[in-house]
Design a binder for this molecule. Structure first.
Ligand code: IVH
Length: 671
């Protein structure tokens, strides 16, 4: 007798889930890949025939849905706290003392030590046993919904096995998403081959992946998970240790290297042990998390501010290595700054081979007395480029000479300058090839014009072949299409893709264009503020230094740099060309919600309590009003928050209408 489709579908799902668990969580597959694929294909076929039988927890739903993500905000039912950090034995002993002082005297305290996985934390909500939402931590209170991406991670069960004792309708599980080192290196190699930017470390690549808009792409990246926290209303839960065991029974992947410690000495031993052993793991950890085991104790201890009093992170020292510094070279950046780079004897450190490290500037070389030929200690901390922390002076070969700063640019050989009060040395030649390449790379980069496919190596090639002399030339590349497709390794298809990406980049908003121009000190944040304040490049070019400094967080170094930039005719010429090809040099009209404030001019002063200044501006503009930075007789309203500045006095003098935040919200009908 032939089984009915529903029964077979359920049977297949059960089998596949078991094999997924064996393969991904236990790493002990019991069938061959081929046999597994057969089961999977059969399920896919059946679901195609009977689409009404598809359920959200079917293994076929992992491959990545077709729907592109919209990361909606999710309110965490219980806040996702962070941990306070400790760096020494003494701090751990102090933590233990604080814990014991807050608990009844006659009760002994136990701790569970776990590895602190260097990944990205997520919260998973299961409703009636089915994974309903996956969310990022966000600010701890509100995260972003990334369910479709989470579903692609095979170590996260789509539904949990029902347990007799444990049958809850609402369950929250938290854990860390991470990428193994091998997989991370492989991903970076692939990216390098494709001309894409590589990730600095596995945590960054995890964070970048988990927020991709297309779940299908997420499914292709090798993400894994460890869970370490379970929350439910059930009374039966009494200890963290038994929660970890329960998580395992429910099908989650729990990191095996946890240990119950009966004293702080045992905790300290655990920390020391793993600080030594961390390199042997296939993934990165940055410390140990120490948690009070009893959930009753945890409740008594509670939390302060953003972290629980029942847990602490013990952070490992940044990993160091000793190696020989062969030579110091000077790299020229896009703004002409020369940065000294240590060329090192390759050494393996924290998952990758290091052969270069930054030395920041000449002062730093002097201060640390770093010389070519020295043995140096290098360090890789967090996501930064490796740096030289110190010199092993005792083992210095006699006769090594102190470093002399260069007098000519290593790339274009023109003269260098060092402005007073600055540590940096600059190449002053605007046409220096290193600067040209740097400016174009910055222009095309992801946070700026985001021209997909126009990476470092292609830019170098186009500059060397004479196709690009400035970033404005990017938009003329299409006129040379016939020649470009003949370049070895490029070809018709990739040039067409590139030219399309270039066309596409013309749509970038004003703030991105402003950032892309590469004005020294004008980062993405400053560009956004300037764009919102001045609304067009022409207003910004005309603005006086004092007016530029009225923008919040814009100080004299930025304002002077902006003035300098626009007074250089190379730059104004390039901007004119970019205007002609159709780049956006003004803020586009926002979607107007209403015309309630039509043509009314507002000035904001003081701190507003229910919204940021940017939000208030947004509200005024979207209701048809105009925001200006200083009070004049043409101002209609001055909105006054707490501790207002001189604008308040001026408004009083001129008799301008002064309104409170509440009155302002009333005006736009928004309370
Ligand atoms: S417990 C209140 N356990 O470290 C409990 N966190 O700085 C908070 N992390 O945001 C989390 N491994 O992303 C916990 N075994 C572990 C962890 C861990 C990594 C991360 C997590 C958290 C951060 C705290």
């Amino acid at each position: 007798m032939k089984t009915d489709p529903q029964t077979r579908i359920e049977e297949l799902r059960k089998l596949i889930k078991e094999h997924d668990y064996n393969y991904f969580v236990l790493a002990q597959p019991t069938i061959s890949d081929y046999q597994y694929d057969q089961l999977f294909t059969e399920l896919v076929q059946l679901e195609k025939q009977f689409p009404n039988l598809i359920t959200p927890d079917s293994p076929t739903q992992r491959v990545g849905s077709d729907i592109t993500n919209e990361f909606k905000p999710v309110q965490h039912k219980i806040p996702m706290l962070s941990l306070s950090n400790s760096y020494s034995e003494e701090e751990l002993i102090a933590f233990d003392r604080r814990v014991r002082e807050s608990l009844p005297e006659n009760e002994s305290v136990e701790y569970v030590c776990e590895l602190k996985i260097d990944g990205v934390s997520v919260s998973l909500r299961y409703v009636n046993g089915i994974l309903e939402t996956g969310a990022t931590r966000g600010d701890g209170t509100t995260g972003e919904e990334i369910t479709n991406n989470i579903k692609t991670i095979r170590t996260i069960p789509l539904s949990i096995k029902p347990k007799q004792k444990f049958n809850v309708s609402d369950l929250e599980v938290r854990g860390e998403i991470y990428m193994e080192l091998d997989q991370f290196n492989k991903l970076n190699e692939e990216r390098e081959l494709n001309g894409e930017k590589t990730f600095a470390n596995p945590r960054n690549s995890t964070a970048g992946t988990i927020k991709l808009l297309d779940p299908k792409q997420v499914a292709r990246r090798p993400l894994k998970s460890f869970t370490y926290y379970l929350f439910s209303e059930l009374e039966e839960l009494t200890s963290h240790l038994s929660n970890l065991e329960l998580l395992k029974e429910l099908g989650f992947c729990v990191n095996e290297n946890y240990r119950l410690c009966k004293s702080i000495d045992q905790v300290i031993n655990f920390c020391k042990e793993w600080e030594d052993k961390r390199d042997k793991l296939p993934y990165e950890i940055d410390g140990v998390v120490v948690k009070v085991n009893s959930l009753r104790h945890q409740k008594i201890l509670g939390s302060i501010a953003k972290s629980p009093r029942w847990a602490i992170a013990f952070k490992f020292k940044a990993k160091q290595a000793r190696t020989k510094l062969h030579k110091i070279t000077w790299q020229v950046g896009r703004t002409g700054t020369l940065t000294p780079v240590a060329e090192l004897e390759p050494v393996f450190l924290a998952g990758s081979t290091i052969s270069r490290a930054t030395l920041h500037n000449f002062d730093e070389i002097n201060r640390k007395d770093i010389r070519e030929g020295d043995w140096v200690i290098i360090e890789k901390g967090g996501d930064v480029i490796p740096k030289v922390v110190s010199v092993d002076i005792e083992n210095r070969t006699p006769g090594l000479k102190a470093v002399i700063p260069p007098t000519k640019c290593p790339v274009c050989h023109s003269k260098l300058s060092q402005p007073e009060n600055e540590v940096a040395i600059y190449c002053e030649n605007y046409s220096c090839l290193a600067q040209v390449k740097g400016r174009i790379t910055h222009f095309a980069s992801r946070g700026a014009m985001d021209i997909v496919g126009l990476g470092d190596s292609l830019i170098n090639l186009f500059v060397d072949l004479g196709y690009l002399k400035s970033y404005a030339d990017i938009y003329d590349l299409k006129d040379n299409k016939d020649e470009l497709i003949k370049i070895e390794r490029l070809g018709e298809k990739s040039i067409s893709n590139l030219l399309n990406a270039i066309e596409e980049s013309k749509k970038r908003p004003f703030e991105k264009v402003l950032f892309a121009l590469g004005i020294r000190y004008v980062g993405a944040g400053a560009a956004k503020k300037l764009a919102e304040h001045f609304l067009s490049i022409d207003n910004l070019i005309k603005a006086k230094i004092e007016e530029i400094e009225e923008v919040s967080e814009i100080g004299p170094s930025i304002s002077n740099s902006i003035k300098r930039f626009f007074s250089d005719y190379h730059n104004t010429q390039i901007i004119d060309r970019l205007k002609k090809v159709g780049l956006t040099f003004a803020l586009e009209k926002r979607n107007k919600i209403s015309e309630k404030l039509k043509d009314k001019t507002f000035v904001l002063t003081g701190t507003l309590s229910s919204m940021s200044r940017e939000d208030a501006k947004e509200k005024i503009i979207s209701n048809g009003g105009v925001v200006v930075s200083s009070v004049s007789k043409n101002t209609d309203f001055v909105v006054v928050g707490e501790t207002p500045g001189s604008k308040f006095d001026k408004a009083q003098k001129l008799g301008i209408k002064i309104i409170s935040e509440e009155e302002f919200l009333d005006m736009i009908g928004n309370k």
